[in-house]
Write a protein that binds this ligand. Sequence first.
Ligand SMILES: [Zn+2]
Length: 126
Amino acid sequence: MQVTCPNCGARYAVDPLQIGPTGRTVQCARCSHRWHQQAAPPAAVAPQPRPVPDFVIRPPTYNSGLPALATPPTKSQWGQWLSIGGLAVVVLAIAAYAFRSEILAVLPSEWRDALHIDALRGLFRQ
Ligand SMILES: [Zn+2]
């Protein structure tokens, strides 16, 4: 703390612990004046300034020169499954036509009536 002599105005830098909490009688070294120096009022505790970061990370803005993180578009796979199913139907139809006599020999007679195979056979023989 700074102590100023009320007589001559001399200024002294004094440790506040030397003055104490209740004050102390001091003497000026220049003019030998004595006075009771009150303790320094407790300094207001100033909030410490927050440390400023060296840099701030901000989210990239549009067209900032950074590569964009592109997410691949979710491609619908319905077309792929439809083509696979259509191909399977075609393969089964060709196999059924190629092995029609073997299939008819294995099928029970009730199935022949239910599937109208005889009617279909007559249709194709025209
Ligand atoms: Zn003095």
